[in-house]
Ligand binder design. Structure first.
Ligand SMILES: [Zn+2]
Length: 250
């Protein structure tokens, strides 16, 4: 939303304060000694099972197993992790983003597995938030997900949220590219469907870099079986944790 009632200078000042380029002064909350917080979002859950695999494995089960495994790996590296769910429960998209916004988290990673109408597609892809998505739906989520800013007027806080989303897109694109590279290292180049931009609703409203990774097609006869293999799940968790840790280290 364009806050037309507010002076442009306000936005410019906020950009200076909050959108420092990589390598410049620390981002808010990233001063020396700051322990990064990553929110991992296991897709679906509860009454929303997501895709069903060739082996009967549900997407909601796979995403939770992967999120737990990624969390273990990140915690071993000294990174704080919060899962949007740790059990088989139903969560709205808004609730998932709100958890990340209220911490606030440094990164938000939603984990999913894909399905295609003909069950013939395979491979892995990562989505980043787009400005288009912010304009359309970000404001609908915003009233519930505004980052807590003590002492800041609510209308100014909305502007700051918008500015942070803009800066976060670059980092999200970086993270998405790292995810694809790390997955390609484990799964080979054939399944690399690339970094994509789409108005994935789960990302809308997030003020930190946010990506959604589709680790593979659960309903593909061959890939679906492979995704049910604990050895491949372990490799996928290695890939996601590596990408996240590298992103935070930069
Ligand atoms: Zn999904």
């Amino acid at each position: 939303m364009k806050p037309s009632a507010l002076p442009v200078l306000c936005v410019a000042a906020a950009r200076l304060a909050l959108a420092a380029p990589a390598g410049a002064s620390p981002q808010p909350g990233q001063s020396a000694g700051h322990i990064p917080i990553v929110v991992l979002d296991p897709g679906h859950g509860g009454s929303n099972p997501g895709a069903t695999g060739a082996t009967g494995l549900r997407e909601k089960q796979l995403t939770l197993a992967l999120a737990r495994a990624v969390a273990d790996r990140l915690r071993a590296r000294g990174i704080a992790v919060r899962l949007t769910r740790t059990t088989d429960r139903t969560l709205t998209l808004r609730q998932r983003v709100a958890i990340a916004d209220q911490l606030p988290a440094d990164l938000f990673v939603s984990i999913h597995a894909n399905a295609s109408p003909t069950r013939t597609q395979s491979g892995y892809e990562t989505y980043v938030l787009t400005p288009h998505g912010i304009d359309i739906d970000g404001r609908a989520l915003r009233s519930d997900t505004t980052t807590p800013r003590p002492g800041v007027a609510p209308d100014i806080a909305l502007v700051l949220d918008d500015v942070e989303r803009g800066a976060s897109q670059w980092e999200a694109a970086d993270l998405a590219a790292r995810m694809q590279r790390a997955l390609r290292d484990r799964r080979g180049p054939d399944g690399d469907r690339g970094v994509r931009q789409d108005a994935q609703h789960v990302l809308l409203g997030a003020t930190m870099p946010a990506v959604l990774v589709e680790v593979g097609f659960l309903d593909h006869p061959l890939e679906g079986r492979r995704l049910a293999d604990p050895a491949l799940q372990s490799q996928l968790a290695d890939a996601l944790a590596e990408a996240i840790a590298d992103q935070l280290a930069d």
